[in-house]
Design a protein around this ligand. Structure first.
Ligand code: HEM
Length: 138
């Protein structure tokens, strides 16, 4: 019989390092992105925008590592952790694509404005979901 049944399987060191990197990114990106919005300074510009985009690889590399190295959700702590995990990956993909695609001319001015709003609100969703995911693992 499989001795791991009933015992949550923990991420390996690559998974834990990726998770830490992802959280570093979330803290920097939420402080700069959500902070700009909350202080009524939108749209983000100048050095805060450079800091935000400069910190974005931490999040992108971290969440990619989490997606590739974490054990299957059903082997972890229960259904809520699995739900928050998958929602985090989906919202993370949306926030990355909506952050990067407006830097290309592919979608025109209206498309860029739309993606900017998608990015702002999916960024807020990522922050909330990441907290709920961490809470479900405690
Ligand atoms: C690869 C990841 C990311 C990239 C490349 C990125 C890039 C950007 C860029 C370029 C802007 C400015 C948009 C514009 O002025 O048109 C922006 C705004 C914003 N970002 Fe991100 N971002 C990333 C991840 C995140 C994450 C993870 C969050 C939240 C946790 C976040 C929250 C925000 C918010 C709230 C704004 C809007 C600020 C405002 O109201 O002006 N971003 N991001």
């Amino acid at each position: 019989m499989n001795s791991s049944v009933g015992t949550p399987v923990q991420p390996c060191w690559v998974g834990r390092a990726s998770y830490g990197l992802m959280w570093l990114g979330i803290l920097a990106l939420a402080a700069s992105g959500i902070g700009t919005f909350a202080l009524g300074r939108a749209p983000m510009s100048h050095w805060i925008l450079m800091a935000h985009v400069g910190a974005s690889p931490l999040f992108a590399i971290g969440i990619a590592g989490v997606a590739l190295s974490w054990p299957a959700p059903e082997l972890r702590r229960g259904p809520m952790e699995a739900i928050w995990y998958w929602l985090l990956l989906v919202a993370g993909l949306v926030v990355i694509l909506s952050g990067v695609l407006p830097m290309t001319p592919l979608f025109g001015t209206h498309g860029q404005e739309f993606l900017y709003l998608v990015h702002r609100y999916s960024g807020m969703a990522v922050a909330v979901i990441a907290v709920l995911h961490a809470w479900s693992r405690r």
